[in-house]
Design a protein around this ligand. Structure first.
Ligand SMILES: CC(C)(COP(=O)(O)OP(=O)(O)OC[C@H]1O[C@@H](n2cnc3c(N)ncnc32)[C@H](O)[C@@H]1OP(=O)(O)O)[C@@H](O)C(=O)NCCC(=O)NCCS
Length: 157
């Protein structure tokens, strides 16, 4: 299975994958499906300051995760959208997606990687903890359900 950046011309396919992720694991994400349906993913396929990686198996997309460089010179890389298809979990694809993000960020001068995860997502938090990410103390309510909370995790890269 390959992990590669989404290319120009693949924005619609990326939106479909993102909606697949939301349908599979709505509780893992901060935004409601209605908002996500309207997102134009084109900048994620064309801009130099962000990238979305997909897991590709024989032209089938089985996962995704991306990141963007914070434009304030802080060296922070904001990661987002982590998802691996249920059929492909437990094969280190989540870890490989994070590795790809870290490498991409380092090559562009990032020194810290940060992201939010819902505080009840024990599987994801276990993975991130194993990879050395720790809670920053910052928290954020979900847009889709403000009664639920996410924590931010970060690591120097
Ligand atoms: C979180 C997710 C991306 C992990 O993908 P993956 O390809 O299975 O990850 P990996 O194979 O690299 O690592 C699996 C790790 O996840 C954690 N994990 C998986 N299932 C778990 C469970 N039921 N309980 C606790 N930890 C679990 C463990 O740390 C495990 O590592 P281990 O096998 O060494 O114990 C995937 O489960 C997923 O897409 N979940 C739904 C969406 C989601 O939660 N996205 C994250 C948003 S922040």
């Amino acid at each position: 299975m390959d992990i590669r950046p989404v290319r120009e011309g693949e924005a619609d396919r990326l939106r479909s994958l993102r909606l697949q992720a939301l349908d599979d694991a709505p509780h893992a994400y901060f935004w409601p499906r209605e908002a996500e349906e309207a997102v134009d993913w084109t900048p994620w396929t064309t801009s130099a300051d962000r990238v979305m990686f997909v897991v590709e198996d024989d032209d089938v997309w089985l996962g995704m995760a991306g990141c963007s460089l914070r434009g304030d010179g802080s060296g922070v890389l904001d990661a987002t959208g982590m998802w691996v298809s249920p059929s492909a979990r437990g094969q280190s694809l989540g870890e490989r997606l994070i590795d790809a993000i870290v490498k991409w960020g380092r090559e562009r001068g990032a020194t810290v990687m940060e992201f939010a995860v819902t505080d009840d997502n024990t599987a994801a938090i276990a993975l991130y903890t194993r990879l050395g990410f720790t809670p920053t103390g910052r928290r954020r309510n979900l847009v889709s359900d403000p009664s639920r909370t996410g924590i931010f995790m970060a690591k120097g890269i």
